[in-house]
Design a protein around this ligand. Structure first.
Ligand SMILES: *[C@@H]1O[C@H](CO)[C@@H](O)[C@H](O)[C@H]1NC(C)=O
Ligand SMILES: *[C@@H]1O[C@H](CO)[C@@H](O)[C@H](O)[C@H]1NC(C)=O
Ligand SMILES: *[C@@H]1O[C@H](CO)[C@@H](O)[C@H](O)[C@H]1NC(C)=O
Ligand SMILES: *[C@@H]1O[C@H](CO)[C@@H](O)[C@H](O)[C@H]1NC(C)=O
Ligand SMILES: *[C@@H]1O[C@H](CO)[C@@H](O)[C@H](O)[C@H]1NC(C)=O
Ligand SMILES: *[C@@H]1O[C@H](CO)[C@@H](O)[C@H](O)[C@H]1NC(C)=O
Length: 446
């Protein structure tokens, strides 16, 4: 997308870029939305505690829910985790803090990194029709007894892994647990339970030249969209696999993809639009699962897109020097927080409340990617449980690490904190925080 720029002053260019971004979005939505995959599949529950009568459910957004005891017990087959709302409850305390849990990365330890507000830790995702059980560490460890659980994916998946480890580790005595961190494979052991909770780094799931040695410039990255075995050999023998991949595909550029073999190797790439390349990559993964996984032994989960609240398509905002015209064309970086009507906001910086509007959906979640996941998972032989976190997380503009994070191993400096347009991270999530709710759902499915 290259809006013509002429000699317009910067604010007008900004508006034009935003407008183009929105038009592009609406356009792609219009052409994809009639597909049956994008229609919410929602079955109503069969088990009730009380007979509800038809009082209005959708119109209300009040804090206490008079219908709470009329909801169904959670049943993975029957309950939609997509339809719900965030409810503030100051008496809800996270099971850990970034000081109590020794396994959290600096990147996500917001409170320790100086985040002054704490309300973001006291919101609960309440489903419209069912009661989502709270996360119970004992239940979790019992379910994992004698098993290997592995999270596979990108840094957001690493967040979910660390959240899971922190949610359970505090009930395990010091000498009965350990964590080994590796470059691409990290293993938490709960010895009494003979259980492991592992993370394997594969940001695209499929292989790329940017897996272990990350290439900062997205234009230099080349993906082997038909190849997963180098990573997948580490997934063999795992009892519970949880995958994700999204944000790395969203550089805003076409994806340099190779498949098959070429005499001239990586030079044989083709540039594909992200949803096309993503479909090829995910199909490669699906084929591996279907041909390798024994569904009687192994359970497979897939975590959907973790929304970004950047209003920018780049993973590396610091590379996108807004004064550099080379980058300006395709990045609606200056659109600020327009996605949720905070025209004075800078990305997710300083946000302290979720967006409460039902069904809120910003430009940081690409519906085309969701459609790819829907359509591929649907056709797989091995059942894959989708942990559909996108809608619930879309609301949580308040829960990103923002400027309370690190870059290259160092906390942001005061100068960097003072420049949130460039430095606020609105991709990753504070812990404790939203990924705890993803794990609450995951455990309810397990
Ligand atoms: C709902 O139930 C209450 C109490 O049983 C009753 O008074 C009310 O009329 C019912 N409302 C509807 C719409 O059925
Ligand atoms: C808030 O959390 C407390 C403690 O978990 C619980 O007893 C109470 O029902 C919750 N309130 C609401 C409105 O959900
Ligand atoms: C521990 O779990 C592994 C699989 O993760 C299994 O192979 C092994 O037999 C288990 N050991 C015990 C003592 O249960
Ligand atoms: C899984 O178990 C079912 C029922 O016991 C059996 O029919 C099926 O062949 C098994 N599948 C595999 C791949 O072992
Ligand atoms: C962010 O919040 C702080 C503290 O509430 C305030 O002092 C500051 O002016 C805010 N910054 C912006 C850019 O809104
Ligand atoms: C996840 O939820 C969204 C609505 O938020 C829906 O459009 C999508 O089909 C769901 N995806 C899957 C794979 O269930």
């Amino acid at each position: 997308m290259k809006p013509s720029r002429g000699k317009l002053p910067l604010p007008i260019i900004t508006v034009v870029i935003c407008a183009f971004a929105i038009i592009a979005l609406l356009y792609t939505e219009r052409i994809t939305s009639p597909s049956p995959n994008s229609i919410l599949r929602f079955k109503s529950c069969s088990r009730k505690k009380h007979t509800p009568n038809s009082s209005d459910r959708d119109g209300k957004n009040d804090l206490d829910d008079p219908e709470a005891d009329e909801k169904f017990d959670f049943d993975p087959e029957e309950c939609s985790i997509v339809n719900g709302k965030w409810v503030f409850n100051s008496s809800v305390k996270p099971l850990y803090t970034d000081r109590s849990c020794p396994y959290l990365d600096l990147q996500v330890s917001c409170a320790k990194n100086g985040r002054p507000d704490s309300a973001y830790r006291h919101w609960e995702w309440q489903l419209d029709d069912c009661v989502l059980p709270r996360f119970n560490p004992k239940t979790a460890l019992k379910k994992l007894r004698g098993k290997r659980l592995m999270f596979v994916g990108d840094s957001l998946q690493r967040g979910q892994w660390q959240s899971f480890v922190c949610l359970v580790e505090h009930i395990i005595p010091e000498d009965k647990k350990s964590l080994h961190r590796g470059r691409s494979h990290s293993v938490f052991k709960a010895k009494e339970y003979n259980a492991t909770i592992e993370f394997y780094w594969a940001p695209f799931i499929v292989e790329s030249n940017s897996d272990l040695h990350i290439i900062g410039d997205p234009r230099q990255r080349i993906l082997r969209v038909d190849s997963v075995s180098k990573h997948a050999k580490h997934w063999l023998g795992v009892d519970i696999l949880v995958f994700n991949t999204y944000v790395w595909w969203m550089s805003g550029l076409r994806i340099k993809s190779i498949w098959g073999s070429f005499a001239n190797g990586e030079e044989g790439y083709e540039e594909l639009d992200a949803p096309i390349a993503y479909r090829l990559g995910l199909k490669t993964w699906a084929n591996w699962v279907d041909s390798t996984v024994n569904p009687n032994k192994t359970r497979v989960f897939f975590t959907t897109m973790s929304p970004t609240h950047m209003r920018s398509v780049s993973l590396y905002p610091h590379l996108l020097d807004i004064t550099n015209p080379r980058f300006n064309n395709h990045i609606p970086l200056l659109c600020r927080s327009a996605d949720w009507n905070n025209m004075d906001g800078i990305k997710c910086y300083n946000e302290t409340k979720p967006v409460m509007k039902r069904g809120h959906w910003g430009t940081g979640s690409d519906k085309r990617i969701m459609n790819v996941v829907d359509s591929i998972v649907e056709k797989m032989k091995v059942p894959v449980t989708v942990i559909n976190i996108t809608q619930m997380s879309e609301h949580r503009v308040d829960a990103h690490t923002s400027v309370y994070t690190e870059t290259q191993g160092k906390l942001l400096t005061q100068e960097q904190k003072a420049d949130p347009l460039r430095h606020a991270d609105c991709i990753h999530w504070c812990l404790p925080g939203v990924p705890d709710t993803w794990n609450q759902v995951f455990l309810a499915y397990l």
